[in-house]
Design a protein around this ligand. Structure first.
Ligand SMILES: *Cc1c(COP(=O)(O)O)cnc(C)c1O
Length: 381
C-alpha cells in the first residue's frame, strides 16, 4: 500500500463486527473474561480497541513495529524518558519544543537525569557531548521555531556507533513529510495535537517503536504510568488522520506561496523556512523531507512591533499551536517559548521580534491578502 492509501485503510480502519466504515468508540473500562487470562482485553488502561486502532495506524504510517497513544505529546515524551534511570545522561537538541525544555529542566533533572544541549546539525558537537553515561540522543527536526533541519541519518549513525538510542520528535513534519525509521532512528514521537489531528480539537501524543523490545518496554510503561489517550480522543485522532495527505498537500502549496510572498516583502528582514534555497539546511531538508513543511518563521525589520502586526490579522489567528487547518500565528518570545530563560532563548537565536506562522489550508489568496494588510498597517504607523 502507498502512503495515502495507508491513511485510509491502514491499522484498523473499520468495525470488524458490523462492517461499519467507522471504528467504534469503545468506552468500556473493563471486559468480561470468558476464561481467566484468555481474553484480548481486560482493562482499558492496559488496552482499548479504539486506542489500538489509532496505535496500529501510526505504526503502519511510520513503518515501525508498534504505536502507542498518549493523552498528550508531553505524556508521550515523559513516558519515553521513563525508559531511563537516575544517573543517565542525554544529548538533546538546543532548540527543542518549549514544553520539552520545561519537562527536562523542571522535572527530569530532579530525578537525577542530566542533559547536554547542542545544535544537532553540528555532528562534531553531538559526538563531543557524548559521555560514558549517555544513553540517548534526543532531537527535533525541523525545530521550533527556527526550523533548523538536522541530518537524521547522520545522527542515527552516531547514536548506533555509540550504542545509544536515537529518539526523534517528528511533530513538525508528520509522517507525510518524513519517516525517520527510514534513516535508522529507534523511536519516533508526535504531538498528534498538531498535523496528525489537524483540526485543533484533540490533544494527543503518539510514539512508534522500531523494534519489538522497545515496543514491549514502552507498552509496560504506558500501562504503569497510565498517561493513555481516551477512547474518544483516539477516535477523533484516527478520524483526523485520514485526511492528512489531502491537508498536507494544501499546507505545502500555501506555505510555498507564503514564503515567496515574504521573500519579496521589504518589511521582513529574515525568513526561516527549510524550503528557502538560501537556507543553510536546504540540502538536508531536500534529502530527507517530502516537501518542506508548512511552518515559516520570520523577523520584521528593526523597530517594527510584531505584536502590532499579529494583532492586525483577520484570517490568520493569533494562537499557540500549529499544524491545524487554520492558519495560526504567534510570537515565540512571549508565547510558546516564554518559559525559556531570556538569555538561553536569545543565545539560541529566538529574538523578541520573531514571528512563527503555521500556514493553514485556507484559500491562498486570503492568506496572502491578510499578510499584505498587516504589512500595510505597519507601513501606515
Ligand atoms: C506541541 C508539541 C509537543 C507537546 O505536545 P502536546 O500534545 O501539546 O503535549 C511536543 N513537541 C513538539 C515539537 C510540539 O510541537
Amino acid at each position: 500500500m502507498e502512503f495515502n492509501t495507508k491513511l485510509i485503510h491502514g491499522g484498523t480502519s473499520m468495525d470488524e463486527t458490523t462492517g461499519g466504515m467507522s471504528v467504534p468508540i469503545h468506552m468500556a473500562t473493563t471486559f468480561q473474561q470468558e476464561k481467566i487470562g484468555e481474553n484480548k482485553y481486560d482493562y482499558s488502561r492496559s488496552g482499548n480497541p479504539t486506542r489500538e486502532a489509532v496505535e496500529s495506524l501510526i505504526a503502519d504510517l511510520e513503518g515501525g513495529k508498534e504505536g502507542l497513544a498518549f493523552a498528550s505529546g508531553s505524556a508521550a515524551i515523559q513516558t519515553i524518558f521513563a525508559l531511563f534511570s537516575a544517573g543517565d545522561h542525554f544529548v538533546v537538541g538546543n532548540d527543542v519544543y518549549g514544553g520539552t525544555f520545561r519537562l527536562i529542566d523542571g522535572v527530569l533533572k530532579r530525578f537525577g537525569m542530566t542533559f547536554t544541549a547542542v545544535d544537532t546539525r553540528d555532528l562534531a558537537a553531538v559526538k563531543q557531548a557524548i559521555k560514558p553515561n549517555t544513553k540517548a540522543i534526543y532531537l527535533e527536526t525541523p525545530t521550533n521555531p527556527l526550523l533548523h533541519v538536522t541530518d537524521i541519518q547522520a545522527v542515527a549513525d552516531i547514536a548506533r556507533s555509540h550504542q545509544l538510542l536515537s529518539i526523534i520528535d517528528s511533530t513538525f513534519s508528520s509522517p507525510y513529510i518524513q519517516r525517520p525509521f527510514e534513516f535508522g532512528v529507534d523511536l519516533v514521537i508526535h504531538s498528534a495535537s498538531k498535523y496528525l489531528g489537524g483540526h485543533s480539537d484533540v490533544i494527543a501524543g503518539l510514539v512508534v517503536a522500531k523494534d519489538e523490545k522497545l515496543a514491549s518496554e514502552l507498552r509496560y510503561l504506558q500501562n504503569a504510568i497510565g498517561g493513555i489517550l481516551s477512547p474518544h480522543g483516539s477516535w477523533l485522532l484516527q478520524r483526523g488522520m485520514k485526511t492528512l495527505g489531502l491537508r498536507m498537500r494544501a499546507h505545502l502549496q500555501n506555505a510555498e506561496a507564503v514564503f515567496n510572498y515574504l521573500a519579496k516583502q521589504p518589511l521582513v528582514s529574515k525568513i526561516y523556512y527549510p524550503g528557502d534555497p538560501e537556507n543553510a539546511d536546504f540540502a538536508t531538508a531536500k534529502k530527507q523531507m517530502n516537501g518542506f513543511g508548512a511552518m515559516i518563521s520570520f523577523e520584521l525589520q528593526e523597530g517594527l512591533d510584531p505584536e502590532e502586526f499579529v494583532g492586525q490579522l483577520q484570517v490568520i489567528t493569533l494562537a499557540e499551536s500549529l499544524g491545524a487547518v487554520e492558519s495560526l500565528i504567534e510570537i515565540p518570545a512571549s508565547m510558546t517559548h516564554g518559559s525559556i530563560p531570556k538569555e538561553i532563548r536569545l543565545a539560541n537565536g529566538i529574538k523578541d521580534e520573531l514571528i512563527r506562522l503555521s500556514v493553514g489550508v485556507e484559500d491562498q489568496d486570503d492568506i496572502l491578502a491578510d499578510l499584505a494588510q498587516g504589512f500595510n498597517y505597519l507601513k501606515g504607523n
